[in-house]
Design a protein around this ligand. Structure first.
Ligand SMILES: NC(=O)c1ccc[n+]([C@@H]2O[C@H](COP(=O)([O-])OP(=O)(O)OC[C@H]3O[C@@H](n4cnc5c(N)ncnc54)[C@H](O)[C@@H]3O)[C@@H](O)[C@H]2O)c1
Length: 271
């Protein structure tokens, strides 16, 4: 079940903003545990080092970290070429990069708006732009298809998440859903499946390192408030996202494309 032996996974955003498990790091390690060769990108060498340390500890030798900015077309193209040079192919692409900047149309600066579109949307566009031709070629030559999983947020399903307005983030993640569906249909006969994991409120290092600071609140209070607002009574873990991404990327999900898998402990349904 969910065996990735022989597959190569390209994980964009395979580091983590803090110590511990973020969605991207957990996904990279889980895919390595399932037998994949994993090529992980991150703009932060330090963030990637944390992932490399786990890979080493668990003796995953087919791990290749690559520092690059996924908002730069030239750097993404070079990263994809480096992955193909190292591992010979790409079967799975995970576009995990993203993050929110609070604000409404008046309070958000133009730079912050553009930055949100680049971080949450353009990174996935560029990942697909350079990986899709590799997957299409593999399908034509070997009949082996590829799988792309884009990582979104429940922020696009509700105007507020955790008590704050994020219009640019919500818009970008809504766009990511549309981008995924459209790309899925464009590539449905070319052997590539494209799906989205919609992330709820997770207890990842992102909450401590970024969110608590942005909101100017005590971390313990914030965690308790987030836990209480979820029907299951607790935030999710990075592993909940990694498991969902793994499923959608696996052959077991071979008939699933153009869909969204919401992983949120029931939050959106209860609103
Ligand atoms: N943690 C949550 O509660 C939560 C909630 C909803 C959605 N999400 C989504 O989950 C995804 C990320 O989760 P995570 O836990 O892995 O976050 P994370 O921030 O810990 O890890 C993402 C990594 O991406 C890297 N990165 C950022 N910009 C980059 C760029 N331009 N080029 C290359 N690398 C870059 C960062 O350095 C970081 O290491 C995002 O798409 C986010 O919107 C998270």
């Amino acid at each position: 079940m969910l065996d990735l032996s022989g597959k190569v996974a390209f994980i964009a955003g395979a580091g983590c903003v803090g110590e511990g498990w973020g969605n991207g790091r957990a996904t990279a390690v889980l895919m390595a545990r399932q037998g994949a060769k994993v090529f992980g990108t991150d703009r932060s060498a330090e963030a990637l080092e944390g992932t490399s340390a786990v890979m080493e500890l668990e003796d995953h030798r087919q791990w290749f970290p690559h520092t690059c900015d996924m908002t730069s077309a030239a750097e993404v193209e070079a990263a994809v070429q480096a992955c193909v040079r190292r591992f010979g192919r790409i079967d799975i692409l995970v576009n995990n990069i993203g993050g929110s900047a609070p604000g409404d149309p008046v309070s958000l600066s133009e730079e912050a708006w553009d930055g949100q579109m680049d971080l949450n949307l353009k990174t996935a566009f560029l990942g697909c732009k350079y990986v899709l031709p590799v997957m299409e070629r593999q399908f034509e030559e070997e009949g082996v298809g590829g799988a792309i999983v884009n990582v979104s947020s429940i922020a696009h399903m509700s105007h507020q998440v955790g008590g704050r307005v994020n219009v640019a983030y919500a818009t970008a993640k809504a766009g990511l859903g549309a981008f995924s569906r459209s790309t899925a249909i464009a590539y449905v006969r070319k052997g590539v499946r494209v799906n989205t994991v919609v992330v709820g409120m997770m207890n990842t290092p992102l909450v401590a390192t970024r969110l608590a600071g942005q909101l100017g609140v005590d971390l313990e209070e914030l965690v308790a408030k987030r836990n209480a607002s979820i029907p299951m009574g607790r935030m999710g873990e990075a592993w909940d996202i990694a498991n969902a991404v793994l499923f959608l990327a696996s052959d077991e999900a071979g008939y699933i494309t153009a869909t969204q898998l919401v992983v949120d402990g029931g939050v959106t349904a209860a609103r």
